[in-house]
Design a protein around this ligand. Structure first.
Ligand code: URA
Length: 480
């Protein structure tokens, strides 16, 4: 049986060339043996040259699926992909048939690779290794990915940390980036990396962002599986944090919010009108995966990850904020930081059921300005809101909320076309996209920034009343 030997660097391009050549030449799946170099199959024939064949067209959806699945660790992945590609010649709809075990298996593999990419972006930790007199800072990291994702993730690291040179060591491949130029070489065993003074900072930081009021141990371990902990300095704090969570919740309830600096001027621009079609994703999970690759505006570069909405898919109410903040960016979930905690408290006091609503943002990446070790929130521009409305529209198309609560001028602008005059408009219903009623209120972070205590108390009462009004309408809707 002819063997197709694929290299461990450049696997995707080599697989595409081989699959197209064999499909064009009419080679059936059962006549091919696929392996990665070093596959160690003693019984395989030596790699055969690719057949000359006329160019073939491959459905775009299959190309996207294969572009992820080739990085899976399953040794059968190439054979599975080629078998499906072969079937697509005569069964054009096969890719959508999720009841078909072979197709379902490939979609599951696609999901597993996306999840692994997300974990590597979130849990890889650098240590500084450069001499202080070097013009560019140099970092090293050790990571053990679940799948062969070092090559596809390389551009993300090159763009995200454009001002750093780095080497990322893994058992499969070594990734070096110098001046944004990417080089891949064979993997290696875990090296002794220097101790890093930043580790103490990481641990302190993690202690500070940990929100005991929202602690769900199982969910946390699902998001940050224990296998990653050994290479994450801050993870050593987790057992203590869990043990002390209840006491900290009581402390937090007793403490009053502190006042960040005054809010800047209101958004005055009018936003462009809707021009884009919602994407073809058919589930919130698929939409999130699509959004992980979003480059519709520049905000994806510096942000840690995309933060999509969360909540029941059949929620009657959608709650829309501005954009993820610092903690949301690290946690990958909306409204978990200070503004989220204030919102939770007011929602509870107003009887509004946050868990029953779909909570999201007008912009899905954190926009910030680095200042020392801090990342200072920047309001998204009209073009960024416009670019991201594509994702908000896609979430609306899937959830189909009957009512929307817009919190703050950015959400109001994205949903009604203008964020101007929100202080006068709050507490009212307006017509949103597709005629869905949109209720306007102030953003919780605005409340945290009103410098005058009595003005703050009044604004807080207003928002509490607004949330109660929304809850009353949700209940009326359910009763009807
Ligand atoms: N502010 C927002 O608008 N959204 C978040 O998710 C967090 C803070």
């Amino acid at each position: 049986m002819p063997t197709v030997a694929l290299p461990s660097i450049g696997t995707d391009a080599a697989w595409r060339a081989a699959a197209r050549a064999h499909l064009g030449a009419g080679t059936p799946p059962e006549a091919l043996h696929w392996q990665m170099d070093g596959g160690g199959d003693l019984f395989a024939e030596p790699a055969a040259p690719l057949p000359e064949a006329a160019p073939v067209t491959v459905p775009r959806a299959f190309a996207a699926l294969a572009g992820t699945v080739v990085w899976h660790r399953d040794p059968e992945r190439f054979a599975r992909l080629y078998a499906l590609l072969w079937r697509l010649r005569t069964q054009r709809g096969a890719l959508q048939d999720r009841a078909d075990p072979a197709v379902a298996r490939l979609w599951k593999m696609d999901k597993e690779v996306h999840r692994d990419l997300h974990k590597m972006r979130a849990f890889l930790r650098f240590r500084e290794i450069g001499a202080p007199d070097l013009p560019r800072r140099r970092f090293a990291a050790w990571f053990e990915p679940g799948h062969h994702i070092v090559e596809p993730i390389a551009p993300w690291f090159a763009n995200r940390f454009g001002d750093m040179d780095m080497v990322i060591l893994t058992p499969d491949l070594t990734l070096s980036i110098e001046d944004r130029r990417v080089a891949l070489s064979p993997g290696q065993a875990k090296p002794p990396l220097p101790d890093d003074a930043h580790e103490a900072l990481w641990t302190t930081y993690f202690r500070n962002i940990f929100n005991p009021a929202r602690l769900k141990v199982k969910a946390m371990q699902a998001e940050m599986p224990k296998k990653y902990w050994k290479n994450m300095p801050e993870a050593s704090a987790i057992p203590d944090l869990i043990a002390g969570a209840e006491a900290r919740v009581r402390q937090m309830q007793a403490a009053a919010p502190t006042l960040p600096p005054a809010r800047a001027a209101k958004i005055t621009e009018r936003w462009m009108t809707e021009t884009q079609e919602p994407p073809p994703a058919d589930s919130l999970e698929a939409l999130r995966r699509q959004a992980e690759g979003c480059t519709r505006c520049a905000l994806h570069g510096p942000a840690t990850q995309v933060v999509m909405g969360e909540g029941p898919r059949d929620a009657d109410l959608m709650i829309v904020g501005e954009q993820p903040g610092d903690q949301e960016d690290l946690m990958g979930r909306p409204f978990v930081g200070p503004a989220g905690q204030l919102f939770d408290r007011l929602a509870e006091e107003a009887g509004l059921d946050r868990a029953g609503a779909f909570v999201t943002n007008a912009v899905k990446h954190f926009k910030f300005q680095p200042r020392g070790k801090r990342r200072i929130h920047q309001r998204p521009g009209a073009d960024e809101v416009q670019a991201c409305r594509w994702w908000l529209d896609a979430e609306r198309a899937l959830v189909r909320p009957k009512l929307i609560l817009a919190m703050g001028a950015t959400a109001a602008a994205s949903l009604t076309g203008t964020g101007a005059g929100l202080l006068k408009r709050r507490g009212t219903w307006e017509a949103g996209p597709d005629g869905t009623p949109v209720f306007l209120t102030l953003h919780p972070s605005y409340l945290l920034r009103v410098p005058d205590a009595s003005a703050r108390a009044r604004a807080t009462d207003d928002v509490r009343a607004d949330l109660a009004a929304v809850q009353a309408r949700v209940q009326a809707l359910r009763a009807a």
